[in-house]
Design a protein around this ligand. Structure first.
Ligand code: GAL
Length: 414
């Protein structure tokens, strides 16, 4: 009896010794492939390696992540989910409901995440009240980036609302300069659209239209004005915009081939990777009158077998929320830290602006989840809206027809 007890504990000890020794492994699916993005994710790869982990990179190119999400579905269907996946907003809940997500609540509790993160953000990272994802950043969507030299040569101040933007763009067009660098991909059209909805309609209009999907708001005269503005913006882009990647559009502004780009602040990562100085070589203004469209990238952790992979998930979760990582990653990525206690002192002009605007927006209740980047709506509803936005942008559909189509598409998606 005593012997067998001894044997059991020896076996148990042996097992736990193996478990402790498991070397952390992580296969990480993400879509960070542009210059600024790759520099940012490299920070995490290096930290993971320095802490004894082995990182298997699974980048799937394609801005906005549509291609990455298709790859993810194929992997999960094949019963071979990656250990960690760049995922956001309601799609985290969708995967949780499918039974596909693991839980990293023990790391989150040990590290005190509830105290370190803004409550508006923790909400996106929890599944049934427990953490199932770790945030890396806060991106702002509603920015207008401008080439400082092109603007000053043309005698133009960086625009802070859509009237100013239109006046500037008309002037540039007359001077033979392409006003707007845009990539004609559906998600990029959606990115511009939600900035127009916010700036023209204000935060309550945005919330009713693109968070609550209120039919009256979707069909309103204000929404017609939004489509009028989209039509006007269509007139400011060059002939070759169709299918262009977002970072190539950013390069046009960097090189002075175009004056502006309307894009989330991953575009700033490209300016910085090209050695440009924020606030000096390029301008960053928002047309949103105090509102702030946010987008939080995070890693969600899928159910995986094996001590090494599970150890990898825990290590990745811990490092992702580490103070150093949140600073260095975001200096490269163009976003700001999700953690509240990271000093903004080392951030540049536009990063500090983003942080200040975020705090004001939180105080005023003007913090808005981005629909175009998967923070506000489930996939079916967001997709229905984007289909109409992009169909309108790429045709001569009238604003009246667009609002009708919008309301119909949303109703059918519910
Ligand atoms: C966003 C994502 C950013 C950036 C961008 C361009 O949806 O949140 O991190 O990668 O797409 O691909």
């Amino acid at each position: 009896m005593k012997k067998s007890l001894l044997l059991t504990s020896v076996v148990a000890l042996g097992l736990s010794a193996t478990a402790v020794k498991a070397e952390p492994q992580a296969e990480v699916l993400h879509w960070w492939t542009s210059g600024g993005e790759a520099a940012a994710v490299k920070v995490l790869m290096e930290e993971f390696g320095a802490n004894g982990g082995t990182w298997t990179d699974m980048p799937v190119a394609g801005g906005g992540g549509d291609a990455a999400m298709t790859a993810l579905r194929a992997r999960v269907l094949a019963g071979n989910a990656p250990t960690a996946v760049q995922l956001k907003g309601p799609s985290i809940q969708e995967w949780y409901e499918e039974g596909a997500l693991g839980n990293i609540n023990d790391v989150a509790t040990a590290e005190g995440w509830d105290e370190l993160l803004p409550s508006a953000i923790t909400y996106h990272l929890k599944c049934d009240g427990e953490y199932c994802a770790a945030p890396v950043n806060i991106h702002r969507i509603d920015w207008i980036w401008g080439n400082s030299k092109v603007l000053s040569d043309a005698g133009i101040e960086p625009p802070t609302n859509w009237d100013e933007f239109n006046a500037a763009a008309d002037k540039l067009k007359e001077m033979g300069i392409t006003p707007l660098a845009h990539g004609g991909q559906a998600w990029q059209d959606a990115t511009v659209f939600e900035a127009v909805v916010t700036g023209l309609g204000g935060p309550e209009f945005y919330r009713k239209a693109l968070v609550e999907l209120d039919m009256e708001t979707l069909k309103s005269d204000k929404m017609k004005e939004v489509f009028d503005q989209m039509r006007r913006i269509r007139g400011y882009v060059d002939d070759n915009f169709s299918g262009r990647d977002w970072n190539l559009a950013t390069a046009m502004v960097i090189n002075g081939e175009a004056a502006f780009q309307i894009m989330g602040d991953w575009a700033k990562g490209e300016f910085i990777a090209a050695g440009k100085v924020p606030g000096k070589d390029f301008t960053c203004t928002s047309p949103s009158g105090g509102a702030y469209l946010y987008n939080v990238d995070s890693f969600a952790f899928f159910n995986v077998e094996g001590d090494d992979k599970q150890a990898g998930q825990k290590l990745l979760a811990k490092l992702t929320m580490g103070q150093n990582f949140q600073k260095v990653f975001n200096l490269n990525k163009g976003s700001i830290p999700a953690r509240l206690d990271v000093s903004m002192d080392e951030f540049e002009f536009c990063g500090r602006q983003s942080n200040a605007d975020l705090n004001t927006a939180i105080d005023q209740g003007f913090l808005l989840p981005s629909y175009a980047h998967g923070m506000a709506l489930r996939g079916a509803q967001a997709g229905a809206i984007t289909d109409v936005v992009t169909a309108h942008f790429n045709s001569d559909m009238s604003s009246e027809e667009a609002v009708e189509a919008l309301a119909r598409a949303v109703a059918n998606s519910l």
